[in-house]
Design a binder for this molecule. Sequence first.
Ligand code: ADP
Ligand code: ZN
Length: 520
Amino acid sequence: STDALDGKLDDARAELRRTFGFDDFRGRQAAVVERVLMGRSTLAVMPTGAGKSLTYQLPATMLAGTCVVVSPLIALMHDQLRSARANGIRAATLTSADADWRETQDAFRAGELDLLYVAPERASQPHFRELLSAAPLSLFAVDEAHCVSEWGHDFRPDYRMLRPMMDAFPDVPRLALTATADRQTRADVMAQLGIPEDGLVLAGFDRPNIRYAITPRDNPVRQIAGIMQDRPGPGIVYAPTRRKVEDIAEKLASATGRPVLPYHAGLPAEERADNQARFVASEDMVIVATIAFGMGIDKPDVRFVAHVGVPKSIEAYYQETGRAGRDGDPAGAVMLWGASDFATARARLEEVPEDRRMAERQRLDALAGLVETAQCRRAILLRHFGEDPPESCGNCDNCLDAPGVTDATELARKLLSAVYRTGQSFGMGHLEKVLTGTADDRVRQRGHDTLSVFGIVGGEEAGLLKPVARALQAHGHLVANDHGGLALGGGAREILKGEREVAIVIPPKRERRGRRGGGA
Ligand code: ADP
Ligand code: ZN
């Protein structure tokens, strides 16, 4: 009944104050704790720092018996152990690094532990099963639960042994925890760990102080110099290759006069560590880096994260932009993208093993949907993670300055026919000449001035050719070969046959902004 539930949550709040010293639950912690106290198996998906540990530690102190926590890293377990004990919680670990196995097992069997941390490989050991049978259990908590899924980025085969272990104790509820919210991984984790579909609690992904903006790349150095002017303070610029990192860092430094350092795996370890340390200590430095940078660095005052080129997926974008504004003050996330980014990423799909290709393609499609949209960026991000956000956030480029949306189906058909009629091997420069009726030597030599598509795109339309090509490439309707030649991709035939429409997003005056600041 609701009364019983209210009572339980009141008790939980009292315990929260007493044991942890916190005034109230944060985000959806209460929803998770409530389910656990009712004995319902749950998957809690919350970003890093949201306070997932509390959602099992608190019930562990309230329920009779021990909460067995599965955690993938010994270092992580010992951190947790220290902080749990500091709060007066009776906790222990059973790892290869522990000397007090006997005492721990005795205490466990005697019901004197609130928490017992173990590594997943324990689950498959018969001895450990026997130990579980001899102890009073309150809960199974599975930390970093995405490790059970091959869809996740960190598959650990040992996690597959957890299900049979937990199934041997059907009365003990399960709480799986992860920060990975990608839909497929989430569904797989629930299936693999035996958590019912209604057991999902997911929230807290919004970072309201981050202003998202995604804009075509024309001159990245000038565009980033503009961002630096708008957002003084430390910033991170992600670039796709070591060479681009070096190049952009050098040009940014001379264009802005600000301290700018490179960071990538090709630098000597010492220089890398030194650059990182200087960045962390600095109040105005910009670091240009490959995605190797940022894991585990703790710098709350990063004022912007810029991407030169598209990230790997929406998840990666969220992770990387999430390094901005951890102090809660206003921060910016700006992605500068080009058609070639998607061309490269889609070409790389061919090298992905067949069984993963479909999923990777879907990830790219989702990313293209975020990039090529006139809708609220935040709403798309949060919906991707399974949240139900308002239609408009008021703090992203599209909400602040609505872009135009133009039906470009006709123009797309003209471009795709030109691609087809020229033999699917020419780049955009050549195609533009053919379509706009510019007969240079190359066009004439190939006889492309005699094609039916020669000169069919006039005046105003010509200005939309690049945005159309960009949109078609983002969605994979147009694909590039090794030499930059364009060929028809998935869905292109439907567009040609008039079965599919193409709308393009025309960024508003934003472009000016990029051109203004700091140019060299
Ligand atoms: P996660 O595991 O989700 O990354 P943690 O469990 O490490 O996050 O918690 C992050 C921080 O938030 C910790 O310092 C924790 O003490 C703090 N915290 C958790 N819950 C609350 C709360 N209800 N009120 C205030 N601080 C909290
Ligand atoms: Zn918005």
